[in-house]
Each structure stands twice: as C-alpha cells, then as structure tokens.
Design a protein around this ligand. Structure first.
Ligand code: ADP
Ligand code: MG
Length: 238
C-alpha cells in the first residue's frame, strides 16, 4: 500500500497544454475517483502516474518516493484499461501469470498467486479457457486478476466498465469496491460517469479542461459544490 502525491503536475503535448498544474494528495488505501468530461485530461494524468507519459512540470511521489524518472516497471503499480487487452492466444491462467512469467517467477509461485486471485474473482473454473470463450464481465475479471497477481502498491483503472452493458456495469462496480475493501490497495479510478464516482469513491476529484474544479468526499461535493460546473456535473442544485 502507498500514498500518492501529485504536486502541481503539468503536461503539454508539443505546444498544447492539457494539464495546467494539478495537485492531489491520496492517502494509503484510499479509493480516489478522477471524474470529468471527455478530453479533460484524466487518462493523461493516470498515464503519468503509471509512467507511460513524461511529466512536463511538477512532481509525482508514490509511497513518498518521487517517481518522475522511474520507468513503469519499477513503480509497483498495476493498471486496468477499458479495452481489457487480454492475450487472445493465451488461456486465463496464462494471461494472469504472464507478468510473473516475464519476471522469471517459479511455476509454483505462479500457480499459487493465480489460484489466490482466481478465488477472489470467482475465476477458478475458467482458468483453462481462452478470452473468446468468456463473457464481457468474465474478461474484465481476468484483467483485474492480472493486476492483482502483481500485488501492486497502487491500482490504476481507466474507465474499466465503459464497454460493459448497464446491468453488468452496476454489478462490476460493487465487485471492484468489494475487492478494494478486501485488499485495501490505494486506487485511482478514472471515469466520466458521475454515478460511478458518487457510489465508489472515498475521494472524488472533479476535473475540467486540465484543471481540478474541486475535490472532496462524495457528499461534500454534493452538498457544497464549489461552482456551477461541479454542481451541474455531480447533479445537485448550484
Ligand atoms: P480524458 O481521458 O479525460 O478523456 P485525455 O487525457 O485522454 O482526456 O486527453 C486530454 C487532452 O489531451 C485531449 O485534448 C487529447 O486530445 C490530448 N491528448 C492526449 N494524448 C495526446 C497525445 N499523445 N498527443 C497529443 N494530444 C494528446
Ligand atoms: Mg480517457
């Protein structure tokens, strides 16, 4: 587990500025939801936490260590994307074990960790299947399984439910929350869906045009929105 400190982080692609100085302090074990309209810079910020984008200005620290120049593989984070990106030619077991295999883990460690994650996610009966033989929800669980087996300090989710139908989305929301309550791993979860934000977050960070409009607990934002944007976005009267 770890704290995540985002301090005055800026990002430009060439001459286009997309983050204008974003600061968020995340406590150990917190579930933080970054919410905001499409194009406001959520994925860019998440990718910077993962080390997939360079930082133009400011600082990111994970567990108190500044990671600006630390490559993704040395950050102890695991990321779940919206298009699960499972390997189609590998079984569920192989998909989940892949990162451990790359790291040279012994067979019995891979077996143990995959079984443990499969039990948590209800995938025990599906380990021999290929991704094409799974439902959307099952694929999403495998994607989470791949993240869990790495025992990361921080989970990063980028709109993980946006490809699922409404009913499954509601179910997966509570599954992800249960998972968090169980593992208590610091989580940064990106969505453009305010209901997801309101129901899942310990802390909501509302972004707009590369800036933070307001951050706070769900009820705090609902009761005391800082401005009309937040009020409109969260859905309460201004
Ligand atoms: P969100 O995830 O909130 O929808 P993004 O972080 O994906 O937003 O994008 C924020 C802005 O940065 C958008 O205007 C997008 O077009 C721009 N952007 C993202 N990635 C790149 C890139 N690699 N090169 C140029 N512009 C980019
Ligand atoms: Mg995005």
């Amino acid at each position: 587990m770890a704290t995540v400190d985002i301090r005055d982080v800026r990002k430009a692609f060439g001459s286009t500025k997309v983050l204008h100085g974003v600061s968020v302090s995340i406590e150990d074990g917190q579930f933080v939801v970054l919410v905001g309209p499409s194009g406001c810079g959520k994925s860019t910020l998440l990718r910077m936490l993962a080390g997939l984008e360079n930082i133009t200005g400011g600082e990111i620290a994970i567990g108190g260590r500044v990671v600006n120049n630390v490559p993704p593989k040395d950050r102890d984070i695991a990321m779940v994307f919206q298009n699960y990106a499972l390997y189609p030619h590998m079984t569920v077991f192989q998909n989940m074990a892949f990162s451990m295999k790359l790291a040279g883990a012994p067979r019995e460690v891979m077996e143990r960790e995959v079984q443990k994650a499969a039990k948590i996610l209800g995938l025990e009966q599906l380990l021999h299947r290929f991704p094409r033989q799974l439902s959307g929800g099952q694929r999403q669980r495998v994607a989470m399984g791949r993240a869990i087996v790495r025992n990361p300090q921080v989970f990063l989710f980028d709109e993980p439910l946006s490809n699922l139908d409404a009913k499954l989305r509601v179910q997966m929301r509570s599954e992800i929350k249960e998972l968090h309550q169980r593992l208590k791993v610091t989580t940064v979860y990106v969505t453009h869906d305010q209901i997801e934000a309101m129901t899942m977050a310990d802390l909501i960070v509302v972004m707009n045009h590369g800036r933070i409009e307001q951050s706070g607990a769900p009820l705090e934002l609902y009761d005391r929105p800082a401005n009309t944007f937040v009020a409109g976005f969260i859905g309460s009267p201004a």
